[in-house]
Design a protein around this ligand. Structure first.
Ligand code: NAD
Length: 499
């Protein structure tokens, strides 16, 4: 059995805890590797080494650090297929979707080539007589990234890019479900010229996460995962005075106005609802057609599209629309929630519970599932299902449709499909959700903008990547200097305004 360890001080290191988690091939249901789960002692030792390595890295000029990012871009492109293969085999997503996962991370590394520009401070010449004032952005020291299973390349790269190019050392604690790609990225960082010890990849579970949260050395934690863990990390990190940005779960609504192009809306919903088996934090899981006539037309368009979806292993190449979910437990939970929807009175239009694929009977597959007449009180509406299940909630008016998205506890992404610019503008202005699509179902901002949800989808006050990524992983120092004359008038006792 293949054993996956950690990446510490530029080397693969076996775990010492004796504790392991199974890494599955979700398409076959087989355990393909065991990943070591680090102890607090292993974590603490890696942090101490990172703190040493950070001193020289933090003092390296930003342009040289940016060149490491530049080389990393080339190397990730070189190894794209190899990484996508490893990603698909552990996660289950299709091969093109795995490449998309890497690509959207790579774009943040491309953005980080501009680190010198992002780190440039501000300067005011002659803020007072003989006085200059300037600010600089400095690295925090050792920072951490704790990442989820569903984007094992993209989200680690969203953390690594700004943190490393700003001069920090980083402890990356990836998901124990699909640990191989983060380790491959660490190897590429070394090949790109990142000094050993500056990036430590520690595999683990709650024990290593708690050790990160309690570390006196680690200064900031960037987390992405489910909401209960995001909130836990936010609170515990804050208790030890760390910066924390913690992104959580989602329940993304798409509003379909009567004037929308219904074919376009149905295509968008099928892709955004079922792509990656619904295991995306930006997946659309709730369709909100406005008016019964719109709802009827939408369902009529959705059903044949859903019936045509091809579900299978990533090895089937382009013939597959989506793959298995990540674990047997996830599949069981999703099927249980579908059952609860039926019990609570929703109309089950397409039922994916009995899906089975010849030759892959033990794979963690769930067929595409569509509900109609879902209401606010149902578990399938309240919970993030994180599977290939689309719920339809019928709204009588635009205001009612808006209220569904506004009142839900999650606020990651949302979309509206309409041909009316006034409705679209009103929606964009009033909605209390972080990322909004207008005739775009999955509005994931590009690398030079920032990514973050509101309400229970995001704790902390800065977004991921773009300029906020640099703000999060650096702190500002502001210097007021007087050269060369010194203080001629003697001591000043009043708190002076600049003349
Ligand atoms: P998860 O919360 O189970 O795990 C995320 C990370 O936390 C992993 O590294 C895991 O090892 C660690 N962890 C798990 N349980 C822990 C515990 N009890 N104590 C400390 N650490 C713990 O999430 P997941 O299942 O890997 O990922 C799916 C979730 O992530 C979904 O809810 C999805 O919406 C969310 N997500 C959000 C975004 C976003 O940007 N908002 C992006 C991707 C995924």
């Amino acid at each position: 059995m293949k054993e996956i360890g950690h990446w510490i001080n530029g080397k693969h290191v076996a775990g010492t805890s004796g504790r392991f988690a199974d890494v599955y091939n979700p398409a076959t249901g087989e355990v393909q590797a065991k990943v070591a789960l680090a102890t607090k002692a292993e974590l603490d030792a890696a942090v101490a080494a990172a703190a040493e390595a950070q001193k020289a890295w933090g003092a390296t000029n930003p342009q040289k650090r940016a060149r490491v990012m530049m080389e990393l871009v080339r190397l990730i492109n070189r190894d794209m297929d190899k990484m996508a293969e490893a990603l698909s085999s552990e996660h289950g997503k299709t091969f093109p979707d795995a490449k998309g996962d890497i690509q959207r991370g790579l774009e943040v590394i491309e953005f980080c080539i501009g680190a010198p520009q992002m780190l440039k401070g501000e300067f005011t010449d002659s803020a007072g007589p003989g006085i200059d004032m300037y600010s600089m952005r400095q690295p925090l020291g050792v920072v951490a990234g704790i990442t989820p299973f569903n984007f094992p390349a993209m989200i680690p790269l969203w953390k690594m890019g700004p943190a490393l190019s700003s001069g920090n050392a980083m402890i990356l604690k990836p998901s124990e479900r699909d640990p191989s790609v983060p380790l491959m990225l660490a190897e590429l960082c070394q090949e790109a010229g990142l000094p050993d010890g500056v990036l430590q990849v520690i595999n683990g579970d709650k024990e290593s996460v708690d050790a990160i949260l309690d570390s006196e050395i680690i200064q900031a934690v960037g987390f992405v995962g489910s909401t209960p863990i995001a909130q836990y990390i936010y609170e515990r990190a804050a208790a030890t005075g760390k910066r924390a940005q913690c992104f959580g779960g989602a329940k993304n609504h798409m509003i379909i106005m009567p004037d929308a192009d219904m074919d376009q809306a149905a295509d968008a919903l099928v892709g955004a609802g079922f792509g990656a088996a619904g295991e995306r934090c930006m997946a659309i899981s709730v369709a909100v057609p406005v008016g019964d006539e719109t709802a009827d037309r939408l369902i009529e368009k959705l059903v044949p599209r859903i019936e045509k979806l091809k579900v299978g292993p990533y090895t089937a190449g382009n013939d597959v629309d989506y793959g298995p979910v990540v674990t047997a437990a996830a599949a069981e939970r999703i099927k249980g929630l579908i059952g609860s929807g039926v019990d609570q009175g929703a109309t089950l239009v397409c039922d994916g519970r009995n899906f089975s694929l010849q030759g892959y009977e033990n794979g963690f597959f769930v067929g595409p599932t569509l509900f109609d007449n879902v209401t606010r009180d149902m578990e399938i509406y309240k919970q993030e299902i994180f599977g290939p299940v689309l719920s339809t909630v019928r709204a009588k008016t635009y205001e009612e449709a808006l209220s569904y998205a506004m009142d839900h506890e999650y606020g990651n992404g949302t979309a509206i499909f309409t041909r009316d610019g006034d409705t679209a503008r009103d929606f964009a202005n009033r909605i209390n959700i972080g990322m909004v699509g207008i005739n775009v179902p999955i509005p994931v901002p590009l690398a030079y903008h920032t990514f973050g949800g509101w309400k229970k989808s995001g704790f902390g006050d800065l977004n991921q990547h773009g300029p906020d990524g640099f703000r999060f992983y650096t702190r500002t120092k502001t210097i007021t200097s007087r050269w060369p004359s010194g203080i001629k008038e003697g001591s000043a006792f009043n708190f002076k305004a600049m003349d």
